[in-house]
Design a protein around this ligand. Structure first.
Ligand code: ATP
Ligand code: MG
Length: 489
């Protein structure tokens, strides 16, 4: 019979007085903080899920698709007690149904989730100063220990899921590490040191007034390990990867939103940057001129308000948008981020992307050299240097650089015969030699080979080959015939 308004006012009053005299205070940690995901919520969830002091008698068990581990969690509206430095706290997982929505720009999740932390008022300073930091640290540690990295992609084409995430994720389990990566050991060490300095460099970045981020440009022919390098970096640092598909992004503002939804401690990757830029920039209006214009717009906005507007009809991403993405004010909305661009054709890239300070390190991933070859032999056959015949090794060392085989080609040759290791090495050498021969000969025809000794060797080997073929039959004639036919066409 009491009117609802009165009942509401009464409840409010009751609550107020209750809180005034209660010795507890409460903190709400909601899953979504406006538009952003609340990292503290995730940290608390992780912390509680593996906390040894877990004392709840009702837990929810989850296992994500493809994940190897089971996660414990608090059931909806259940609570557990935790202790920290003699202070006892109570965590409650509060899940409420969202009221029917009137109108929203994007659908919000049906449930509102959050943790409520109840502590004694006298513990307030302790909790605020150290307990929450402790949880964040612990969550980080757990995440690292679980080794469960995530690989995110933006293949939704701009649409959001019910929690407002533009990214889709799967567990990332690429086995590539710096150990298995075949490249010049000196260069490899340099990159590893650089990464380590970056991770430990918070103070440095703060002191020098730089945003805590770093850019790498990986370039080189296909199959030289660019993607493998990215995986190795992620595994080394324990970072998540955001694989940004630029062709799925329709405007600069969409790009910015994607960036805002990435978490810190992550690697943001744009593969084959030359192709993506072509697609969106050069096809529009008049090629280079449009680019230059975009660039100008880009630099204006960078020094100005930083609000990088879309040029043209606003339905395309531009170079300026991309530069703002990696470099502008928005790029520091999180910290500890690594940007990696890869390309097969560095010469095609716009100089604006290459200028110093933008991509901090340019890493050339190139054809297999001798040191890489040795790493691959160890990876695939378990062979150390001394396990391979000396002459064979010397021969390999002589031809490997000019053979211009990619590590992917070498891997393929080794995998094919991995049951018969000796045969694998033999066939690899044959392949290396034939490519070497072709390249050196090609160089001779183009008149650009400087090494006379090598030419002599090629000629000698050619002669020997012809002799042996003449013995075998008339393969040579077949070949000339083929060439003739091509000539006729
Ligand atoms: N440097 C390397 N060390 C070890 N393995 C390699 C290396 N390069 C290539 N591989 C092998 O070759 C395969 C292809 O390599 P990867 O995908 O990393 O090449 P990529 O440079 O990214 O090529 P693309 O330019 O076509 O994307 C990998 O699965 C890996 O096993
Ligand atoms: Mg690749």
């Amino acid at each position: 019979i009491i009117p609802p308004e009165l009942r509401f006012a009464f409840l409010k009053f009751f609550n107020r007085t209750f809180h005034l005299f209660s010795s507890y205070c409460y903190f709400d940690i909601t899953e979504l903080d406006g538009v952003n995901t609340n990292e503290l919520y995730n940290a608390v969830q992780l912390y509680l899920s593996t906390s040894v002091s877990i004392a709840g008698n009702r837990l929810s068990l989850t296992r994500a698709v493809n994940s190897s581990s089971i996660t414990f969690g608090l059931s909806n509206n259940d609570s557990i007690v935790d202790t920290f430095n003699n202070a006892t706290v109570l965590w409650e997982h509060v899940v409420t149904q969202r009221q029917t929505q009137t109108f929203a720009w994007r659908p919000l999740p049906e449930e509102k989730r959050g943790f409520t932390l109840r502590i004694k008022k006298r513990d307030k300073t302790l909790i605020l100063n150290s307990y929450l930091d402790f949880i964040a640290e612990k969550a980080k540690e757990i995440r690292r220990k679980n080794q469960d990295r995530l690989l995110y992609t933006n293949t939704r084409g701009g649409s959001l899921d019910s929690r407002g995430h533009p990214w889709e994720s799967v567990p990332f389990k690429h086995p590539s590490t710096f150990e298995t990566l075949a490249m010049d050991p000196k260069k490899k060490q340099e990159i590893m040191d650089d990464l380590k300095d970056f991770v430990l460099g918070q103070m440095f970045y703060q002191k020098t007034g730089r945003a805590w981020k770093r850019g790498y440009l990986l370039y080189g022919p296909p199959g030289t390990g660019k993607s493998s390098m990215i995986a190795a970096m992620a595994n080394y640092l324990g970072y998540d990867i955001y694989d940004l598909e630029l062709t799925e992004v329709h405007s600069n503002s969409e790009l910015r939103k994607l960036l805002m939804k990435t978490s810190s401690k992550s690697i943001i990757v744009i593969e084959d940057i030359d192709c993506s830029i072509n697609l969106t920039n050069r096809n529009k209006s008049s090629g280079l001129k449009a680019d230059l214009q975009n660039l100008r717009i880009g630099s204006e906005t960078r020094s100005g308000s930083g609000s990088g507007e879309e040029s043209g009809n606003g339905n395309t991403i531009t170079l300026s948008g991309l530069l703002n993405f990696t470099d502008g004010l928005w790029s520091c909305c999180g910290s500890e981020r690594i940007f990696i661009f890869t390309t097969n054709h560095i010469e095609k890239l716009d100089p604006a992307l290459l200028r110093s300070g933008r991509m901090d390190m340019h890493v050339c991933m190139s054809y297999c050299d001798f040191s890489s070859l040795k790493i691959l032999l160890r990876n695939y056959l378990g062979y150390e240097e001394e396990d391979v015949d000396d002459d064979v090794l010397k021969e390999m060392e002589r031809v490997v650089e000019k053979a211009e085989m990619t590590p992917a080609d070498v891997s393929e040759a080794l995998i094919k015969n991995r049951r018969d290791k000796e045969k694998a090495v033999r066939e690899l050498l044959v392949e290396l030699k034939s490519r070497w021969e072709r390249n050196v000969k090609g160089g001779k025809l183009r008149g650009q080979s400087g090494n006379l000794r090598e030419l002599e060797i090629v000629e000698e080997e050619e002669k020997r080959a012809i002799d042996s073929q003449n013995e075998d039959g008339d393969d040579v004639e077949d070949e000339t015939e083929l060439v003739d036919n091509v000539g006729k066409d």
